[in-house]
Write a protein that binds this ligand. Structure first.
Ligand code: DOR
Ligand code: ZN
Length: 362
């Protein structure tokens, strides 16, 4: 990696948590991720969810078909855990190189999670299998009990669900996805090397005030919901620390504008277009550009036991304005819109894609 005040060259990054969707939405967003990231862990919360090896293989093909020829991108597929899933499906999918990991959604915790897990003890045999075959468990870490305040749901999940789960399965590799609290940072830091966390760009940039700035701002609504400023500051420290247990996962989660702007708007922020620039700004502001490569390109593959990417990627200090909307074309040929994270804002860094040449990073 080389850094100067004006330019950074890092190994090409990977995105360890992204929603690529399906159909016209997939067609509209796939390249936003694939033009920057070499690999991405693709979330399985489609409707219906990805619960078989065959459906994952077909979905992977649809993702690759949505990209222009010659784009070098590897979708890493995940299985959606349900209480009815058989351990044999996970084992076969993992052995055949189809399932990189499996995702635990507590039932009704977020978008398309109604078929998720109601009782974590009911998937013990799945977790035992994953522990034995060293298949990572990716967790949406929130309880769903309506009695628990929404801003406390991650912290309560860690105490009531995650801690006991790790005691029962000490050799299980676990990623606590899109962490949002100081408690999650501290928990991951004090856990074994088998536990890591992804951190999104939006949770590094905004706190919960963003949801209510001058009105109700659905573009900043995601799950887990952004928390108080003290949590955002803890996340910024964690992400920029260089510590191995924290790595890049955008949780880019596009929803059509009409689905966000509704009386019951969808959770999710579409950040894929400018994710790397968004992270770079945080690292720059924190005086930690020298740790950007660890977070974006090294800690993730190291945790997953995968090779590091060798293609260099260059960012320069050149400001750019993020468009207010992106247009996609629906199945019925209608124009639809996505609002990107940072819409209308000026970002200070730009990725230089034509310098992504054949040179390798030693
Ligand atoms: O904000 C979110 N959106 N959080 C999630 O956990 C799921 C995601 C989605 O799929 O829309
Ligand atoms: Zn997600």
């Amino acid at each position: 990696m080389t850094t100067s005040h004006e330019k950074i060259v890092i190994r090409q990054p990977d995105d360890w948590h992204v929603h690529l969707r399906d159909g016209s939405l997939l067609d509209g967003v796939a390249l936003s991720t694939a033009r920057i990231f070499r690999r991405a862990i693709v979330m399985p919360n489609l409707q219906p969810p990805i619960i078989s090896v065959e459906s994952a293989i077909k979905y992977r093909k649809r993702i690759l078909d949505a990209l222009p020829k010659g784009v070098d991108f590897i979708p890493l597929m995940t299985a959606y855990l349900t209480e009815d899933l058989s351990p044999g499906v996970l084992e076969r999918g993992h052995r055949e190189g189809v399932f990189t990991a499996a995702k635990l959604y507590p039932a009704n915790s977020t978008t398309n999670s109604s078929e998720g897990v109601r009782d974590i003890r009911a998937i013990d045999s799945l977790l035992e299998t994953m522990e034995r075959i060293d298949m990572p468990l990716l967790i949406h870490g929130e309880v769903t009990d309506p009695e628990i305040d929404i801003f406390d749901r991650e912290e309560v999940f860690i105490d009531k669900c995650l801690s006991p789960l790790l005691t029962r399965h000490p050799a299980l590799r676990v990623v606590l996805e899109h962490i949002t609290t100081l408690q999650a940072v501290q928990f991951v830091e004090s856990s074994s090397e088998m536990v890591a966390a992804t951190i999104t760009p939006h949770h590094l940039h905004v706190n919960r005030n963003a949801l209510f700035k001058g009105g109700l701002r659905s573009d900043f609504y995601c799950l887990p919901v952004a928390k108080r400023e003290l949590h955002r500051l803890a996340l910024r420290q964690a992400a920029t620390s260089g510590k191995k247990c924290f790595f890049l996962g955008t949780d880019s989660a596009p929803h059509r504008r009409v689905d966000k702007e509704s009386s019951c708007g969808c959770a999710g922020i579409f950040n894929a277009k400018f994710a790397l620039e968004s992270y770079a700004e945080v690292f720059d502001d924190e005086g930690a550009l020298h740790h950007l490569e660890a977070f974006a390109s090294i800690n993730g593959p190291s945790f997953y036991g995968m090779p590091l990417n060798n293609t260099p990627m260059t960012l320069v200090r050149r400001s750019q304005v993020v468009p207010q909307t992106f247009q996609i074309t629906s199945e019925l040929n209608r124009k639809e819109y996505l609002v990107p994270f940072h819409a209308g804002e000026t970002l200070q860094w730009s990725v230089v894609l034509d310098e992504k040449d054949s040179k390798t990073v030693s």
